[in-house]
Design a binder for this molecule. Structure first.
Ligand code: G1P
Length: 290
């Protein structure tokens, strides 16, 4: 069955970006001039997704407003004759059908995904996490969907991470069945480096079967006292095949301050309107520092 729907959990508090996230959702922090959540939605749309549900919370109204029409702003831009900006602004509200569901209390990623069960129904669906932005030739989710169309089951987007980073991620215990594709035997959420079964980390992209909702319903709180998606996936891999797919592309953890800075610098070096001046500035800065 074709994957048409995507779930984007965006109810997290954004503790790592306080105080900026005290008054605005972390998903609205921009990489240069575009909120991080827009990169995620663009990836979903470019991968062929038709319906998106964003799991929000009480403090995330700015996200809904952002993807809505902005009558005042649009009128202003029209009057000023700034038609290119007008087109850009209106296109944001027309990108894709977006639905919203509230997670009423912060109970973890697994619970946030569970909140989307009625929207998804009994069909396979994608999950994209807002902290993980991937720059790639073929959109990351599209790569997973291509693997899904061939293999079926459930697909996790993975890459190898350095040993000191395994404790930040869901880590696979898996066997390679062909280059870049692993069959998952088990998983562990944020293991200590000496207990990690591999260095293959789940990096915020999933294609899942609806069976996960039944398992999430029974998943008790795990790491950090939260209902973990990884724990429900552990139960799922005993019933259905789960594959780890090594996607191609550079992935940034924009939920982390250093990752956010790296993304900002590298995206700027890729922008036609900024690259030349910014590169010259960086050269000078580095030259002065040496
Ligand atoms: C979540 C998941 C983890 C995954 C990670 C990817 O963790 O629980 O399995 O590897 O996202 O970014 P979080 O970053 O929300 O702590």
């Amino acid at each position: 069955m074709q994957v048409r729907k995507a779930v984007i959990p965006a109810a997290g508090v954004g503790v790592r970006f306080l105080p900026a996230t005290k008054g605005q959702p972390k998903e609205m922090l921009p990489i240069i001039d575009k909120p991080t959540i827009q990169y995620i939605i663009e990836e979903a749309v470019d991968s062929g997704i038709e319906d998106v549900v964003i799991v929000t919370s009480r403090y995330k109204k700015a996200i809904e407003d952002y993807f809505d029409y902005s009558p005042g702003l649009e009128l202003f831009l029209r009057r000023k004759g700034k038609l290119d900006l007008l087109e850009m602004v209106t296109s944001i509200s027309q990108m894709v059908e977006i639905h919203y569901v509230r997670q009423k209390e912060p109970r973890g990623l697994g619970h946030a995904v569970y909140c989307a069960r009625k929207f998804v129904g009994r069909e396979p669906f994608a999950v994209l996490l807002g902290d993980d932005i991937v720059r790639s030739r073929v959109p990351c989710l599209q790569q997973l969907l291509e693997a899904y169309n061939e293999l079926g089951g459930n697909i996790l987007g993975v890459q190898e991470v350095p040993p000191e980073d395994v404790s930040k991620y869901g880590i696979l215990d898996a066997v390679e069945i062909r280059p870049g594709v692993y069959r998952v035997r088990d998983l562990v959420e944020k293991p200590a480096p000496n207990e990690a079964p591999s260095r293959l980390a789940i990096l915020g992209r999933y294609v899942l079967q609806p069976r996960i909702f039944d398992l999430l319903e029974r998943t008790p709180p795990g790491a950090g006292g939260e209902i973990q998606l990884t724990d429900a996936l552990r139960a799922l891999c005993r019933e259905e095949p789960i594959y780890g797919y090594v996607f191609k592309g550079r992935r940034y953890d924009v939920g982390d301050k250093l990752g956010y800075l790296k993304a900002t610098v590298e995206f700027a070096l890729d922008r036609e309107d900024l690259a030349e001046d910014f590169r010259a500035y960086l050269r000078k800065l580095v030259g002065n520092a040496l």
